[in-house]
Write a protein that binds this ligand. Structure first.
Ligand code: CP
Length: 332
């Protein structure tokens, strides 16, 4: 299987630079698990998967936990606020101490880009990146791509040629967008990032996508529209972050938008805009959704929405990734 390798262990750290054959191999493995509805036995019985989550998460942490348990693994959780990192312990020491307890894999989410890669360089078990800063969220990218392939009947060869995909909103802060741009363009899709220059700067084009600030001019041409929330917790004036009670509070205005009203006027997928989408086009969102800001409730819950399908497929994608990495023989 895929991926990023130290001399002896394989990791899943990102989709940028991944070969098309490796991407397709991961998606095929997910398809096998999805076709069996996750009933693939317990190949990880006797192993322990450690979730190291130093940022808040609902979907990713629980999805990895469900995936690991369905494969027969035990799961342990270390959550940021409860760890000795708060007493000054380094991420590397934390990971090496937990490795010494006999765990078989790490699933890591952290605020700093590169955290998963850093841990991967210092441990001898697989590391799966569950989101590092603005950098990558590879299993989210894989589950989004898998869901698109499933919907558009591309699961035979995982080829996205001819599909136009919009990623709308706070693209610059989004690790989900970076993983998706990498994976989707590698498989042949045309990806357009849409937002104000502060949220979707032209520099994103170096990743292989197009960029525009005009959602209305391109909306009707898109086969899939992925909406992103504004990451309020990452901006001055935009909520506390770090898991406090104000973390990500969308009632505060971050310094990258003039006002929520103006943002909605230009970039929200409202019920009215949804009417102008192409026939058969779909709506996606990695979550968490800020309903009534980037996405209207009736669109999120409407017939075009693949959002809960993304969540269901996330378990299958993570089962495939864990099975492939934790079950993989160590290199000598
Ligand atoms: N999509 C995603 O990463 O969601 P969580 O932050 O809830 O894990």
């Amino acid at each position: 299987m895929a991926i990023d390798a130290t001399p002896r262990v394989q990791h899943l750290l990102g989709l940028q630079g991944m070969a098309p054959s490796d991407l397709r191999s991961l998606l095929s493995a997910a398809h096998e698990v999805a076709t069996a509805r996750g009933n693939v036995g317990t190949p990880l019985a006797g192993t322990v998967v450690a979730n190291l989550f130093f940022e808040d998460s609902t979907r990713t942490r629980l999805s990895f936990s469900v995936a690991a348990k369905r494969l027969g693994a035990d799961v342990i959780d270390l959550l940021g606020g409860n760890s000795s990192v708060s007493k000054g312990e380094t991420l590397i020491d934390t990971a090496r101490n937990i490795e010494a307890m006999g765990v078989s894999a790490f699933v890591v989410r952290a605020r700093q880009s590169g955290s998963s890669a850093l841990i991967a360089r210092h441990v001898n078990v697989p590391v799966l990146n569950a989101g590092d800063g603005r950098h990558e969220h590879p299993t989210q990218g894989l589950l989004d791509i898998y869901t698109l392939c499933e919907h558009f009947n591309r699961s035979k060869n995982f080829d996205l040629s001819g599909l136009r995909i919009a990623i709308v909103g706070d693209v610059n802060a989004s690790r989900v967008a970076r993983s998706n741009i990498a994976g989707m363009t590698t498989l042949g899709a045309e990806v357009t990032c849409i937002g104000s220059p502060a949220l979707a700067p032209r520099s994103l084009e170096t990743l292989g996508c197009r960029v525009t600030d005009d959602l209305d001019s391109v909306l009707a041409t898109m086969d899939a529209v992925m909406m992103l929330r504004i990451q309020f917790e990452r901006y001055d004036g935009g909520g506390g972050g770090g898991g406090g009670k104000d973390a990500g509070a969308p009632d505060k205005k971050p310094n990258v938008i003039a006002s929520v009203r103006e943002y909605r006027a230009r970039y929200a997928l409202t019920a009215e805009r949804e009417q102008r989408m192409k026939q058969g086009a779909v709506v996606m969102h990695p979550g968490p959704i800020n309903r009534g800001i980037e996405l209207d409730a009736e669109v999120a819950d409407g017939p075009r929405s693949l959002i809960l399908k993304q969540v269901t497929n996330g378990v299958y994608v993570r089962m495939a990734a864990l099975r492939g990495l934790v079950g993989a023989p160590r290199r000598a």
